[in-house]
Design a protein around this ligand. Structure first.
Ligand code: ATP
Ligand code: MG
Length: 335
C-alpha cells in the first residue's frame, strides 16, 4: 500500500473545540447514574455473600476506568479463591441465585472466552456482566483510570473516539473491529507521542504500585496527583488532537511494521515481537500491545476484511475533519 501524504491541518480547526467539548460533556454519566451503579453493586454483593461469605465484587471496565459514557453496562469481577477450575459450575449457581431474586435476563455464558453471567436490574435498567477472577482486567482498569487523572484531554479524546467508533460500527470485536479497551490504549499511546508529550509512560517510571496476577507482574507509578501539570507545555486543544489522531491512523501509522505500546511509551517493531506471521487466527494486521500481557495483541481480532473497513473509517474521519463544512455531524453519522 502506497503511503498518502499526511494532511496539513485546516486553519479553522479551532471552531470544532466548542462542539466537540459539548459532545464530550453530553456523554459523561451523571452523579445519579454513578450512585445507582454503586447501589446495584452493593446489593449484588449481598446476594453473593449469602452463598459465598466474605467474597468481594469489583467493578472493572468502563464504569471504573473513567472512560464510561452514560448508560454503559457494568463489568463486574467476582473474586473467589480456588474457583479457577470450576468456573462454569460457579457461574451456573450464581445465575440460579440471581434469577431467584428480582433480576431479569439472567444468562450464563459458560463457553465464552471469558465466561460470564449476564443480568439486568429491572428497577434501574442497568445491565451487568459478571466474570470470575479476571483480575488482570481489574489492574488494567486501574492503569487506564490513573492515566485519565493526569490530563483531561485523554478523557475528552477517548470519549470522542469511542463515540465515533460506536456510531460507525467499528467497536465490535465479534465483527473483527476493535474493543473500547483497544481504542483507549490507542488514545493513551497517541498522547504519549505528542511533542511535548501530553502523557508520561507510567510503566517506565518509579514503581509505586505493584501486584502479581495470573503470573504477570504489573508495576507502575500511580501517584498521578503529582503529575497533574505534566502536559502543560503542550497546549494543543481537543480539535487539534482529534484531527491528528485520525490523521495518524489514516496516513501516519506504519501498519506493516509497527506495534503501538503504552507499556514502553513508544513504537516497537513487529519483528521484535515476532508478530510478522499469521499464527492460527492471529494475523497482526494492526498491532496494539497489551500493557501487561505483552504477548497479547489487541488487534488480533482484526481480519483481512475488517482491516479494510477500519482503515477506510480512519480515512473517512480524517477527510471529514479536514474538509467537511460541518464535521461534528458527519463524523458521527450512523453507518
Ligand atoms: P464500553 O464502554 O464499550 O463497555 P469498556 O471499557 O467496558 O467499554 P470493554 O472492551 O467492554 O471496554 O472491556 C471491559 C474491560 O475488560 C476493559 O476495560 C479491560 O479492563 C478488559 N478487557 C477487555 N478486553 C480485553 C483484552 N482483550 N485483554 C485484556 N483485558 C481486556
Ligand atoms: Mg464494558
Amino acid at each position: 500500500r502506497i503511503y498518502k501524504r499526511q494532511l496539513e491541518c485546516r486553519a479553522d480547526i479551532f471552531r470544532l473545540d466548542a462542539p466537540l467539548i459539548a459532545i464530550y460533556e453530553s456523554l459523561i454519566p451523571t452523579a445519579e447514574e454513578k450512585a445507582k451503579q454503586k447501589q446495584l453493586l452493593t446489593s449484588l454483593e449481598k446476594l453473593v455473600n449469602r452463598e459465598w461469605p466474605n467474597t468481594k465484587l469489583y467493578i472493572y471496565g468502563s464504569c471504573a476506568n473513567s472512560f464510561g459514557v452514560s448508560k454503559s453496562d457494568i463489568d463486574i469481577c467476582f473474586a473467589l479463591e480456588g474457583a479457577d477450575n470450576n468456573k462454569p459450575e460457579i457461574l451456573l449457581r450464581l445465575a440460579e441465585i440471581l434469577e431467584s431474586e428480582n433480576l431479569t435476563n439472567v444468562q450464563a455464558l459458560v463457553r465464552a472466552r471469558v465466561p460470564i453471567v449476564k443480568l439486568k436490574d429491572p428497577d434501574t435498567e442497568i445491565s451487568c456482566d459478571i466474570c470470575i477472577n479476571n483480575v488482570l482486567a481489574v489492574v488494567n482498569t486501574k492503569l487506564l483510570r490513573d492515566y485519565a487523572r493526569i490530563d483531561v484531554r485523554l478523557r475528552q479524546l477517548a470519549f470522542i473516539v469511542k463515540h465515533w467508533a460506536k456510531s460507525r460500527g467499528v467497536n465490535e470485536t465479534y465483527h473483527g473491529t476493535l474493543s473500547s479497551y483497544a481504542y483507549v490504549l490507542m488514545c493513551i499511546h497517541f498522547l504519549q507521542q505528542r511533542r511535548p508529550a501530553i502523557l508520561p509512560c507510567l510503566q517506565g517510571m518509579k514503581t509505586t504500585y505493584s501486584v502479581t496476577m495470573e503470573n504477570v507482574h504489573c508495576a507502575f507509578f500511580d501517584r498521578v496527583d503529582e503529575l497533574r501539570n505534566f502536559g502543560r507545555r503542550n497546549n494543543e486543544s481537543i480539535s487539534q488532537l482529534v484531527w491528528s489522531f485520525f490523521n495518524y491512523w489514516a496516513y501516519g501509522h506504519d501498519y506493516a511494521n509497527s506495534v503501538i505500546s503504552v507499556r514502553t511509551g513508544g513504537i516497537l517493531s513487529k519483528r521484535a515481537k515476532d508478530w510478522t506471521r499469521r499464527v492460527g487466527n492471529d494475523r497482526h494486521l494492526i498491532c496494539i500491545e497489551d500493557p501487561f500481557e505483552t504477548s497479547h495483541d489487541l488487534g488480533r481480532v482484526v481480519d483481512k476484511y475488517s482491516i479494510k473497513v477500519l482503515r477506510e473509517e480512519f480515512e473517512r474521519a480524517a477527510e471529514v475533519l479536514q474538509h467537511d463544512p460541518n464535521p461534528c455531524v458527519k463524523l458521527f453519522e450512523p453507518y
